[in-house]
Design a protein around this ligand. Structure first.
Ligand SMILES: C[S@@+](CC[C@H](N)C(=O)[O-])C[C@H]1O[C@@H](n2cnc3c(N)ncnc32)[C@H](O)[C@@H]1O
Length: 277
């Protein structure tokens, strides 16, 4: 699989801009900082169910952005560490922890090259919503996640489904992005996924599309044992803000007389010895 620099200059600058801007505008579609600071939860049912009771658990949140989900795990009783490669995101996450009065450690690092100090420390490694498509070296990412787990610890991964990632717009329906393969794909990007008017330069961002088969293979190659693999046709949040919301408040991706998957979820356990396939 393609190896890339951990923080390509263009995407690095993009994340600096987004980390500074997200949650600062009332029209933000993804990040409601005020509700979070008032005690709100940002986690969704899928990852909470897969993680189980996190009370007292050591939890590592990969690609934590500015930390709202990381701190939401802390609110559920976990002892949390968040990792992100974007310095602005890490700095803002630390400030948010202080404002929320929650204990958390935030580390600036690439997920595919985690510091040794994080090795074999965690009961849970969690990565959710907008994760693997930014990573050029999937095998290195999985090995990092596996190495951070204690024997018996679990990886919980919830992300956009590869089929849904191929969709550019739902109405009109345009699906011209690649499915799987892992080769870098360049997208023109104006605005951001949480807000149409991010005051940032229009940019080209680089995405790496992985199929479910590639993701499962990378997990098993890293020595993990896959316990659960789910494909989800409903989501509580906006599904990249492309999809229609049903009267029950859920978003679906209608296709013919059925629905296509929007998210996938994977839970995998680290056996006592990390062998690798
Ligand atoms: C879409 S955001 C994740 C959103 C996240 N689910 C949340 O809680 O807001 C993606 C994040 O991944 C980070 N990132 C991208 N590539 C990374 C890498 N190789 N290692 C660590 N963080 C990375 C970016 O800086 C950004 O904060």
């Amino acid at each position: 699989m393609a190896a890339d620099a951990d923080r390509p200059a263009v995407d690095g600058a993009l994340w600096d801009d987004l980390a500074e801007f997200h949650g600062t505008d009332p029209d933000d579609r993804s990040y409601d900082v005020e509700t979070f600071l008032a005690g709100g939860q940002t986690l969704r049912g899928i990852e909470r169910e897969l993680a189980g009771d996190v009370t007292g658990k050591e939890l590592l949140h990969l690609q934590c952005h500015f930390g709202m989900d990381t701190l939401s795990w802390a609110r559920l009783g976990a002892r949390v560490t968040g990792v992100d490669s974007c310095p602005e995101a890490v700095a803002r996450a630390r400030r948010l922890a202080e404002r929320a009065g929650l204990e958390a450690e935030f580390v600036e690092a690439a997920a595919q090259r985690l510091p040794d100090a994080l090795a074999a420390r965690f009961d849970l490694v969690v990565a959710t919503y907008g994760v693997l498509s930014w990573v050029g070296d999937l095998d290195a990412w999985m090995s990092g996640a596996a190495s951070a787990l204690r024997p018996g610890g679990r990886l919980v991964l919830v992300d956009s489904h590869p089929v849904f990632q191929a969709v550019l717009t739902f109405d009109p329906f345009v699906a011209d992005r690649p499915h799987g393969g892992g080769a870098p794909h360049h997208d023109a990007m104006t605005g951001g996924y949480a807000h149409a008017d991010v005051p940032a330069e229009p940019r080209t961002s680089t995405r790496y599309p992985y199929s479910l088969g590639q993701i499962v293979r990378a997990a098993t190659s890293a020595g993990l044992v896959v316990e659960r693999l789910g494909e989800h046709t409903e989501t509580e949040t906006g599904g990249r803000h492309l999809l229609p919301q049903g009267p029950d408040g859920l978003y679906r991706f209608p296709f013919s007389d059925t629905c296509l998957p929007i998210l996938y979820s994977l839970r995998a356990v680290r056996p006592s010895a990390l062998g690798g396939a």
